[in-house]
Design a protein around this ligand. Structure first.
Ligand SMILES: [Zn+2]
Length: 197
């Protein structure tokens, strides 16, 4: 019989045998211990490759144009974060990490692990990729960036003419792909695959 450790309170229990779609809860803290989620690796592989392609225009195309006093300025996500390096280096680092580096790395990790399942490979690197995926899961915050970006845009509207550009549509598409991927993904199932269970 396999054991499982609750990630919230460290209680060690026997791993339950669950029907697909069912959830086991911890006997002590009653938080979710284990989900028997059906994972479609083909779908995740396709979603992650599409997300990686959309990352390029989402991060490099202008999100908005600002027209003020006869001058029009465009800004994309990377420019916005880099421009803040001198004024607020910590904020700039957090924006770059949570809105660019973490989501991109997470997508690469999911593409790699899903590709391994699709092509039935178990490289030694998969172990580290699955560990990294679990860490990055908490740091990918595209939705937080979008909400704060929209708040800033609505404040700017009072002072200047603001126009939405193609980068914003790519960014929203990337966000939808990213959220779908995270809902579909199960780190536990991929570990089971790696251990050949
Ligand atoms: Zn617990």
């Amino acid at each position: 019989m396999q054991t499982i450790i609750c990630s919230h309170c460290d209680l060690v229990s026997q791993k339950p045998i669950l029907a697909p779609g069912y959830v086991a809860k911890c006997a002590r803290c009653e938080r979710i211990l284990y989900k028997n989620k059906a994972v479609n690796a083909n779908k995740l592989f396709a979603l992650s490759i599409t997300a990686l392609l959309i990352c390029i225009p989402a991060f490099s195309s202008p999100l908005i144009s600002i027209h003020l006093l006869g001058v029009t300025e465009e800004a994309n996500l990377l420019q916005g974060a880099i421009m803040m390096i001198d004024i607020a280096p910590l904020v700039s680092f957090v924006v770059l990490f949570c809105a660019v580096v973490a989501p991109t790395l997470l997508t690469v990790c999911i593409a790699f692990s899903s590709g391994c399942v699709v092509f039935n490979k178990r490289p030694s690197l998969l172990n580290s990729v699955l560990k990294l995926t679990a860490i990055l899961f908490h740091w990918s915050m595209l939705e937080v960036y979008l909400v704060s970006f929209m708040v800033a845009v609505f404040k700017l509207i009072s002072y200047a003419d603001v126009y939405f550009n193609s980068g914003l549509y790519f960014f929203v598409a990337l966000l939808i792909l990213n959220m779908t991927m995270l809902c579909e993904y199960s780190n536990t199932k991929y570990w089971e695959y790696l251990r050949n269970e």
